[in-house]
Write a new protein. Structure first.
Length: 220
C-alpha cells in the first residue's frame, strides 16, 4: 500500500508517540505546553534548536525525532529549568531522509508528549516496506475498519492505539491483541460518535519485540 505524504506524516506522528502511550495511554495533554522550532525548515546534518515550555520545574525530558518513513531516532534527555522551560537540540543525520519530520519532547513527570513538525531537505526516501493493510481504507462514521499488521514475533502480545486528527488518542488497548504463528495481528475498530473527519492511524506495538506498525485510514 502506498501512502501520500499527508498520510505518511500521520503515521510518523503516531509512531512517535508509541513509547509515550505506554506511560500515558489516553494521551492527555495539559494546557500551556509548547515546543517551538527556531526555523521553518532544515537540511540534513543541521543542528536543530527548540524551545519547550510548560513542563514541571526541573523535570527530565526525553527527546526523539521521527522520520518520514516512521523510523525513530533518539535525541537524549534534558532537564527543564525551575520555570518549566527546556532548551532542546537535535542533530539531523547527514543522510537524513527528505520530507516531513517530527520531534517529540516527553516530560517524565507530567507524562505529556509535545510534538512539533517541520520539513527537511535531504535524500530521496526509499520505498517503505509494507507494514500492514486496512479495509476499507476510507469510510464514513459508523464504518468498521479491519486491520492487518505484519512483522511481530509469533504469539506475542501486542498493544494498539488509535490516533486521530490533532494527535488525539481515541482509544488504547494495552496487550489487546495476540500475534499469530506467522507474526500477523488482526483487529477491528469503529470510530465513536462525534469523531471528526480526517486521517486516523492505528499504531500497534509488540510487547516483547518492540516492533511498531502504523496503518493510516481516512474517516469521511
Amino acid at each position: 500500500m502506498t501512502f501520500d505524504w499527508k498520510r505518511r506524516a500521520a503515521v510518523a506522528f503516531a509512531l512517535a508517540i508509541t513509547l509515550v502511550i505506554v506511560f500515558a495511554p489516553r494521551g492527555s495533554r495539559a494546557g500551556g505546553f509548547a515546543l517551538a522550532p527556531a526555523f521553518p525548515s532544515a537540511v540534513a546534518g543541521q543542528i536543530l534548536q527548540f524551545n519547550g515550555a510548560g513542563f514541571a520545574p526541573e523535570e527530565l525530558v526525553s527527546v526523539w525525532a521521527t522520520a518520514p518513513d516512521g523510523s525513530v531516532l533518539g535525541g537524549g534527555r534534558v532537564s527543564a529549568s525551575t520555570s518549566g522551560d527546556a532548551r532542546i537540540a537535535f542533530e539531523l543525520p547527514f543522510n537524513a531522509i527528505g520530507g516531513h519530520w517530527a520531534v517529540t519532547a516527553y516530560g517524565h513527570q507530567t507524562q505529556t508528549p509535545v510534538i512539533v513538525r517541520f520539513d527537511v531537505t535531504g535524500r530521496t526516501p526509499p520505498q517503505v516496506p509494507v507494514q500492514g493493510f486496512v479495509s476499507p481504507a476510507t469510510g464514513p462514521l459508523g464504518t468498521t475498519f479491519g486491520f492487518t499488521a505484519l512483522g511481530f514475533r509469533a504469539d506475542e502480545k501486542v498493544s494498539y492505539w488509535i490516533t486521530g486528527p490533532g494527535n488525539r488518542v481515541y482509544e488504547a488497548f494495552p496487550a489487546g491483541a495476540v500475534a499469530g504463528a506467522d507474526g500477523t495481528v488482526r483487529v477491528w475498530w469503529s470510530p465513536p460518535a462525534g469523531s471528526p473527519p480526517g486521517t486516523f492511524v492505528l499504531t500497534a506495538q509488540g510487547l516483547r519485540s518492540g516492533v511498531a506498525r502504523g496503518i493510516a485510514f481516512d474517516l469521511q
